[in-house]
Design a binder for this molecule. Sequence first.
Ligand code: ZN
Ligand code: ZN
Length: 254
Amino acid sequence: MRFASLGSGSEGNGLVVEAGGTCVLIDCGFGVRDTVARLLRLGLAPESVAAILVTHEHSDHIGGVPAVARKYGIPVWATFGTLVAVSARFEGMSRIYGFDSHDAFAIGDLEIRPVAVPHDAREPVQYVIGDGAVRLGVLTDLGVITAHVESSMSGCDALVLECNHDLGMLERGSYPYPLKQRIAGRLGHLHNEAAAGLVARIDTARLKHLVAAHLSQENNTPELARAALAEALGCATDWIGIASQDEGFGWRQL
Ligand SMILES: [Zn+2]
Ligand SMILES: [Zn+2]
């Protein structure tokens, strides 16, 4: 199995996972031309994407989904709650599949396990994706870590984990107070220490990749995110990957 990021952050998200002959795209927050360019960077043609898995209806995750799916005839999977929230934008599209956030399903060679998360959307999920041998946990856009999230991410072989903000930088920063409250709230985004706390509590014996994702360009730095996760894992800071807004990250192999 291998995985890579098209880009990560409030300006747009996309992550590809490939195993056997199956490649899926988790979220697509970029326009058609931008998405195609970012896929090409990874050596992928849009036609090779078997499905787009949506996490939730915020535009940095779903913004490009209708146009890309329509143009290349890609099936889209989203929770029933997300589909209710975006029914107008998905109107007239044929291959749209709903699922309950508690139910696992398969796409080709990949086993897709949704993980319900606390976030200010209708029925938001994140994903654990496996091929029968290894598992990748993708976890961004959640305000707090629940027991369910913790047990779902435990024992994974790779983790892409939200390090949205540094609490001190957010508090001192220029965002208006209501926005600060939203980001730091229980339905907002994970700060570095919360992400580090998860890493310290779960089983990381099999962990081969840990990538910090969805970093705020305003309220965080790659150095702070790396330092927090490295301390929790007891590894060197340069072992921690960063999913950046412009570049995402290149293929990582499991
Ligand atoms: Zn987001
Ligand atoms: Zn969101």
